[in-house]
Design a protein around this ligand. Structure first.
Ligand SMILES: Cc1ncc(COP(=O)(O)O)c(C=O)c1O
Length: 386
């Protein structure tokens, strides 16, 4: 038997818990103030428009819908460029996997670096593609912030040709992001050492906005080649199960881009032939229709602001119930997650005494808090840290 997935295991335990007050802060899914996964209005419109045409169910091209690939490229890089190729992928995971298989084919000697800690699937995914996976320091538990000195030291010593996975915004699991000055420094090191950046952009729009969250992507794409970037629309369109993502590769020239695309197609063809239509078509319709695009931006902004409001309320409520504690570091964190600083023992007590499910590392999904459960969660946290 293979070990069960640690995060999905938390959800299984949550589902089996009969306590009506139970709260699942484990899984990385945005829920609205009613605790439901939203169906965005922009998505509903695009979906009903699509279904009215009774679309056929033929195969998509290997690299997906052309309109989708173009729209994603514009969203991420600000415009289309003939040296960038974008292929539709099965979620952000699919984008990472296509990139991983391609890179392994091109340079079987390269090692791959991920942050410590990182999204829990990064290590397994890249190891499964054949890479030796190493980690660079990222989070400093003492400050609840970034270990930037450690990060720089590790990358400055990485051998040329190695691949570095960077969370482009809203770092999962910590919520701790680099500022612009730190991104500049990382870009310098990556270029000076001859490393290959692989940006993971799973939360564009959840940090400070669509443009602001594309900062790192555009910084690297404007400065060097090659750059790999995986996008996910699972969260930003609330289309988790439709598996909508992409891989973009910034190449040295249009001619190199064409060769890269031909190899990416081989990778896709031998994995799953071609991507599914429905989610990609919806995202393409929303991104290319000015009205739906602006409706989606408003809806995304509302999700982002709701998460920020929940962060603020949680911190204020913990402070009110546990005077002398300081959780203000959570306010500087970005995106759906927070490294709360709770210990494994405190997480166990939350689960056993309050039916509140978090990850053993202390990661909580702030996007699962709402006006009905935030008091209960703050009270429970205040009691287990006492
Ligand atoms: C950092 C990171 N990368 C990639 C993914 C995968 O996204 P998707 O669900 O679209 O495959 C996630 C999802 O949680 C993530 O947090």
């Amino acid at each position: 038997m293979a070990p069960s997935d640690p995060i999905l295991g938390v959800t299984e335990a949550f589902v089996a818990d009969p306590n009506p007050r139970k709260v699942n802060l484990g899984v990385g899914v945005y829920t609205d103030d009613q605790g439901r996964i939203p169906l965005l209005e922009s998505v509903r419109h695009a979906e009903s428009q699509r279904l009215k045409t009774s679309p056929h169910r033929g195969y998509l091209p290997i690299d997906g819908l052309a309109a989708y690939d173009k729209a994603v490229q514009e969203l991420v890089f600000g415009s289309q460029k003939n040296n960038i190729v974008t292929v539709q992928a099965l979620g952000g995971t699919g984008g990472l996997k296509i990139g991983a298989d391609f890179l392994r084919l091109i340079d079987p000697k390269a090692q791959l670096w991920i942050s410590e800690p990182s999204w829990e699937n990064h290590r397994q995914l890249f190891e499964a593609a054949g890479f030796p996976v190493k980690s660079y320091p990222y989070y400093d538990p003492a400050t609840h912030g970034l270990d930037f000195a450690g990060l720089q030291r590790a990358l400055s010593a990485a051998p040329a040709g190695d691949i570095v996975v960077l969370h482009a915004c809203c770092h999962n699991p910590t919520g701790v992001d680099l500022d612009h000055g730190q991104w500049d420094k990382v870009r310098e090191i990556v270029m000076a050492r001859g490393l290959v950046p692989f940006l993971d952009l799973a939360y564009q729009g959840f940090g400070d906005g669509l443009e602001a969250d594309a900062h790192a992507a555009r910084l690297f794409a404007g400065a060097m080649t090659p750059v790999f970037l995986s996008s996910s629309f699972s969260k930003s369109f609330s289309l988790y199960g439709e598996r909508v993502g992409a891989l973009s590769v910034v190449s040295a020239s249009a001619e190199e881009a064409a060769r890269v695309l031909s190899q990416l197609k081989r990778v896709v063809r031998t994995n799953y032939s071609n991507p599914p239509t429905h989610g990609g078509q919806i995202v393409a319709n929303v991104l290319t229709d000015p009205q739906l695009h602006s409706l989606w931006e408003r809806e995304l902004g509302a999700m982002r602001e709701r998460i920020k409001a929940m962060r603020k309320q949680l911190v204020e409520k913990i402070h009110a119930r546990a005077p002398g504690t300081d959780f203000s570091f959570m306010l500087a964190q970005r995106g759906m997650f927070s490294y709360s600083g709770l210990t494994k023992e405190q997480v166990r007590r939350l689960r056993e005494e309050y039916s509140i499910y978090a990850i053993d590392t202390g990661r909580i999904c702030v996007a699962a808090l709402n006006s009905k459960n935030v008091d209960y969660v703050a009270g429970a946290i205040a009691s287990v840290i006492r």
